[in-house]
Ligand binder design. Structure first.
Ligand code: PMP
Length: 456
C-alpha cells in the first residue's frame, strides 16, 4: 500500500483519469503564479492562452485567493431552493450594473455549456409563456462552438465534435459565420459582406417560417472553432434588426470572448447591439472556480414572473458561494486596476508584435483579433489560402513544440465545408506585461517554425 503522502508516480499507462487516456505525455501541473505555471519537474510554462481563454488574472492572484478563503471560512455552499447568499446577490448586482441595456437578472451556472443550455431553455420557455409555443427552431452559425452538452452541441457548428452525436441533437439550421478572411469576395466591401450574410440568414428564417423560430445564436467573436472570428462592421446590427422584425430572440455567447477579453467588458458593446440573452463564463471566475452566468433582459424575467412563476430549470450548484466569491473578486480587481484599458493597450502592443513576427510569414495567412484575444490561421500557401494536409495536424504539432519551449497556446482545427484548417489562439492573462507578451511572441515564432519544419 502507498503511504498517503508518498510522491505518486504518474505512469502514463496506469492513469485512472479518464480525460488523460489518450494524452500520455501531459505534464503534471503543480503550481501557478502570475502568468506562469510550473510542472512536477520544475519546468515553467508561460500561459499565453489562459488555459482556454479562462485565466484572465493569471494564477494565484492574492485578492482572489483571500476572497475565496474568507468565503470558505464563512459558508461554502447553500442550496438555492433554501437560501440566497450575500455573495451571489452582490455578484449579480455588479454584473447587472455593468450589463448591456435592459438586462435585469443573472442566472448563475457552473460553466459555459451550462450557460448555453440555460440560455436555450430560457428562450424557449419565454415563447411558451407568451403563447407562441409553435416556436421551436434555433438558427446558429456553422463556424461556432457553444459547448459539449447536447443542446449546446446542437447549436454549435463544429462537425467534428457533433458527428457521432447527430441523431441525438435537436434540429438546428446553420448559416455562415462572419469569416472575412475566407468568405468576403475581393470586390465586396466589409459592410456589403456583412449584409450578404444577414440576407442569407433572412432566407433561412423564411424557409423555416420566422414565426417558428425561437432565437438566433452566435458568438459575438468566434473562438474555439476557427480562430478568433471578429464580425465586420454592421453585421450584428443587421442581425439584431432582422431578429426584431420577426420577434426572434438574439442569444449571444460570450463564454470565451466576454468579460473583458476583447478590451470591453462585453464584446457586443463594440458591435453596438444588445442581446436578449447573454452567456458568459470563462473570464467571469478567471478559472479560480467553475462559474458561468446567463444575463437576461427584464422582459423575459417579468414574463416568467407573471406567468408560471419560475424558470423550469436548475442545477445543484447554482450560485455556489465560493464560486461567486471568486468571480466577485475577479471582477472587482478588473475594475479597481483599470484592466479593461490595459487589455486595450496591451492588445495593441500584442497585435504589432504579432504583425512583426508573422505578418510576412509564408505560412501565416491571417492574424486577427481584438483586445487580448488573437488568432493565427496557418496556411500552406498564402496566395491560395490552401490549408496544410489535416493528417499532419499542424495545430497539435505547434502545441507540442510550444510546450517543449515552455509556452501554452491553444491549438484548433477549424472546419469549412468539411475541410480542416489549423489555427492557434492566444488569450493571455490581462495582467501580462509587455515584456511577457514579447517573450510569448518570440517563443511562438520558434514553435511555429519548428512545427512546420517537422511537416516537410
Ligand atoms: N461557448 C463558447 C463560446 C466556448 O468557447 C466554450 C468553451 N470553449 C463553451 C461555450 C463551453 O464552455 P464550457 O467548456 O465551460 O462548458
Amino acid at each position: 500500500m502507498t503511504a498517503p503522502n508518498a510522491a505518486r508516480s504518474f505512469q502514463p499507462s496506469t492513469t485512472h483519469v479518464f480525460h488523460r487516456q489518450l494524452q500520455h505525455d501531459l505534464p503534471v501541473a503543480v503550481s501557478g503564479r502570475g502568468i506562469t505555471l510550473t510542472d512536477s519537474q520544475g519546468k515553467t510554462y508561460l500561459d499565453a492562452s489562459g488555459g482556454a481563454a479562462v485565466s484572465c488574472l493569471g494564477h494565484a492572484h492574492p485578492d482572489v485567493l483571500a476572497a475565496m478563503h474568507g468565503q470558505i471560512d464563512r459558508l461554502a455552499y447553500a442550496h438555492t431552493s433554501f437560501f440566497t447568499t450575500e455573495v451571489a446577490e452582490e455578484l449579480a448586482d455588479v454584473l447587472i450594473e455593468s450589463a448591456p441595456q435592459g438586462m435585469s437578472h443573472v442566472y448563475f451556472v457552473s460553466g459555459g455549456s451550462e450557460a448555453m443550455e440555460a440560455a436555450l431553455k430560457m428562450a424557449r420557455q419565454y415563447f411558451v409563456e407568451i403563447g407562441q409555443p409553435q416556436r421551436k427552431h434555433f438558427v446558429a452559425r456553422r463556424q461556432s462552438y457553444h459547448g459539449n452538452t447536447l443542446g449546446a452541441l446542437a447549436v454549435g457548428g463544429n462537425e467534428w465534435r457533433r458527428a457521432q452525436f447527430k441523431p441525438l441533437l435537436i434540429d438546428v439550421a446553420h448559416v455562415a459565420a462572419c469569416y472575412e478572411y475566407r468568405d468576403r469576395a475581393l470586390d465586396e466591401t466589409p459592410e456589403a459582406y456583412g449584409q450578404r450574410l444577414v440576407a442569407e440568414l433572412e432566407k433561412t428564417l423564411e424557409a423555416l417560417g420566422p414565426e417558428n423560430v425561437i432565437a438566433f445564436v452566435a458568438e459575438t467573436v468566434g473562438g474555439a472553432t476557427a480562430g478568433v472570428l471578429t464580425a465586420v462592421p454592421g453585421y450584428f446590427k443587421g442581425v439584431r434588426a432582422l431578429c426584431d422584425r420577426h420577434g426572434i430572440l438574439l442569444i449571444l455567447d460570450e463564454v470565451m470572448c466576454g468579460m473583458g477579453r476583447t478590451g470591453l467588458l462585453h464584446a457586443c458593446e463594440q458591435e453596438g447591439v444588445v442581446p436578449d440573452i447573454l452567456a458568459v463564463a470563462k473570464g467571469l471566475g478567471g478559472g479560480y472556480q467553475p462559474i458561468g452566468a446567463v444575463l437576461a433582459q427584464a422582459k423575459l424575467v417579468y414574463t416568467f414572473r407573471q406567468g408560471s412563476g419560475l424558470f423550469q430549470h436548475g442545477h445543484t450548484y447554482l450560485g455556489h458561494a465560493v464560486a461567486c466569491a471568486a468571480a466577485l473578486a475577479v471582477q472587482r480587481v478588473i475594475q479597481r486596476d483599470g484592466l479593461l484599458v490595459q487589455v486595450q493597450e496591451r492588445g495593441q502592443a500584442l497585435q504589432s508584435m504579432l504583425q512583426s513576427a508573422f505578418g510576412a510569414h509564408p505560412h501565416v495567412g491571417d492574424i486577427r483579433g481584438r483586445g487580448l484575444f488573437w488568432g493565427l490561421e496557418l496556411v500552406q500557401d498564402r496566395a491560395s489560402k490552401q490549408w496544410f494536409d489535416p493528417a499532419l495536424t499542424l495545430h497539435a504539432r505547434i502545441k507540442r513544440q510550444a510546450m517543449a519551449q515552455g509556452l501554452m497556446v491553444y491549438p484548433m482545427s477549424g472546419t469549412v465545408d468539411g475541410r480542416h484548417g489549423d489555427h492557434i489562439l492566444l488569450a493571455p492573462p490581462f495582467i501580462a506585461s509587455e515584456t511577457e507578451l514579447a517573450q510569448i511572441v518570440t517563443l511562438l515564432r520558434r514553435s511555429v517554425d519548428l512545427a512546420i519544419q517537422d511537416c516537410y
